[in-house]
Design a protein. Sequence first.
Length: 185
Amino acid sequence: MNNNYVNKFDKQVSTFGIKEQMCLIFGIILAIIIYFMFFHVDKTPYGYAEIPEDVVTYLSGSGNYYAKDYNSGKMLVLYTLKRDKKYKYPKQFQDALDVVMEMPELGKLYNFHELQVFRNNILFEGEKGEKILKGEKALRKVCRSFCVVNPDKKALYFYFEPKPRDAQYLQENLEKLEFWGAKLN
């Protein structure tokens, strides 16, 4: 009786053929694609990135929240507000940001602009609300939580999540982006 059971089990296991193997491989590949499309977050601490064309269009669009500052001829510093719970800066970085925003010499090179806060009623604005939501999501994906945008080069310098140690270099970094378009006299 034991041998019959073992023989039956061997036959059932051996039916895992090429179709099943291909389905398993396809399922794994599909799972990896879905992960990178919807769940993967690039956590590179800081660096340069090109701005995708759809984000450039969103930033420069007429009547847009960012358009005036983006099209001013200066570079643009985008940051989150103190009340943004998802991207909360450490106190040292927030204090350093408050200081550099008040410096007149940096004001000649940069416009400082907070990232738009999502309002609860944005979805009720129909097509306009959908465009804003789509544009803002694309912007935050490339900007992360803090970035310096150079409209002429269609590129930005980003911090994924500013740390307290970044506070001591914030002013210096903003002053030394000469090669990238900033130049203090």
